[in-house]
Design a protein around this ligand. Sequence first.
Ligand code: DGT
Ligand code: CA
Length: 376
Amino acid sequence: MQRIVLHVDLDSFYASLEELRNKQIQGKPIVVCVFSGRTEDSGAVSTANYRARELGIKAGMPIVFAKRLATDKDVVFLPVDMDYYHAVSERIMEILEEETDIIQQVSIDEAYLDITGRSSGDWDNAQRIAEEIKRRIRAEEGLTCSIGIGPNRLLAKMASERKKPDGLTIVKESQVNDFLRELPVSDLHGVGDKTVEVLNELGIKTADGLATFDLLILVGKFGKNRAKMLQEKAQGIDDTPVEPREIQQISRIATLKEDTSDLETILEKLRELSTDMKDRIEKKQVVFRTASIITIDTDLKLHTRGKTIKPTDDVSLLLETSRSLLEGFLEDNPGKKMRRVGMRVSNLACKADSRNLEGLDRYLDQTLTRPDRSRR
Ligand code: DGT
Ligand code: CA
């Protein structure tokens, strides 16, 4: 069957998320920064939305430079809020998980999906899957993404970069040569600036130029393995499998009907979420050792509190722990109203392996409670 891989990449991720939660900055150029705190503007740009990119502002640039480019323009500079980005990222990955059997998340906003089985190796089916993913991410999270589809990871990744933002690019097996023909070597995924410099010195500018170049000369410059790898890339060859990583945590979060600090109202919402959590815990065949609550207050600040318990897959224990964590949180934050609440299990282990964990726990319990005979 034709192998089909899909690469999903969210558009200007952090900046889009900032825009999403604050109506007042919608439509403006937005720059999200990591402020190092040494001086007011020391630090670097983490990302810029596409309007800010039009001004020349981009990731990695010192904030001072970006501010110079923004002079006299209505540009919004904001600090990163990683908790918020991770919470949304997790939900997006869950959407992707539901749309495929094999997924490998490679960064906070990027994942490869092997959809060979789902699409039955058919490109039209693959396109429909990609359209459904785009539709869901937009409907459920209000975000756009760019998707590339190809016969392997390398081509899927390069296809997703071809049209951004909100793109969908398909490179079928039969279109690979056309796709690569005039592609600058700098656009080959995994080929860095230094390599590009050496290739340019050799007069190699495009992927097809690289693919047909004398291998012996390349070996002389880069060594055997790297030279071979470069020529394979230039031909769009890549056998790397999409390898699912072990999931680290499972969480659910939802918006309350109205902002509240009432324990029972919040618990009611958590009970609702727990049915979904139960399904996922069963589906993933895991036990958890840490139970947490997540709350987002009316200032959109995210708070989490967690507790380590004995390995279990019992959601009623999660609810019980959530209640006590929530009681403590509300006590420490009197009058603070919540907008969104959620729960999370982490410290996961495979159910199949959990017997060993339980055994270990029992062993530790016994050793800790057993009287110390040596002193008698
Ligand atoms: P895109 O994909 O070109 O539409 O734009 P982004 O912003 O999604 O860029 P991407 O996919 O390379 O990276 C995803 C997020 O990772 C991005 O929103 C912010 C963060 N990030 C990217 N590059 C840097 C960087 O150089 N420094 C820091 N601190 N964060 C970065
Ligand atoms: Ca991105």
